[in-house]
Design a protein around this ligand. Sequence first.
Ligand code: MLT
Length: 259
Amino acid sequence: METQVQGITLHYEEHGQGLAIVFVHAFPLNSQMWNPQISALAPDFRLIIPDLRGFGTSEVPAGPYTMEIFADDLAALLDQLEISQAVICGLSMGGYIAFAFLRRHAERVRALVLADTRATADIEPARVTREANAQLAETHGARAIADQMLVSLLTTDASQELRAHVRSIIEHNNPNGIAGALRGMALRSDSTELFSQIKVPTLLLVGDQDSLTPPSEMQSMREAIAHSDMIVIPGAGHISNLENPTAFNVALRDFLRRL
Ligand code: MLT
């Protein structure tokens, strides 16, 4: 489905009924990464799964896309759907956006699911790499970004089929959207000061072999956020919902049922 938010056209999927859950995708993927969650959760929950601006079939306006712009897009989408409160479930960049959403729209957060993410901002060398990668996307396209990132998104045990699927999702994204998100991520602020203000139930999920946001980093978040639980997803790398959807879905469903 498509709707207008903040002057742009946003594509989103909607499945099921009940408590609303907004699934916020990782970089440089799109809403399709959440497909394994749909059949497992849609009978009992209302899943809202947007393509963030610049990704999938959403509009690709000029960047940079700050985490605040992404978060305000989500709030505007909830307005359109007349949803006052939702569970925000973000993986990696989706988690950065969940923090921005919490900062700006805390009253709309029923609960949080933070998967394979971190709260810290980029340090300077990482910002420089982001800009280089933004230029790589602009000059060589999404395929160059897929070539570079695939190895760190999945474990070495991932099937060729899954690898090809993730590559295909990345390559279907617009290079200008990829560049806009890279420049936005470089601008994001540190969110660790939010930890003590999080009053809603929070679930932390992380692949046991996630090399980008490893379990040890997520564990520090768990210790700092009251009312948080952490579950390590076995046999999974950074995109844990895709690499072990069964374990991810069991953990998520169990958490949602207790809300
Ligand atoms: C992601 O999976 O969203 C990215 O790894 C986030 C990042 O590049 O910091």
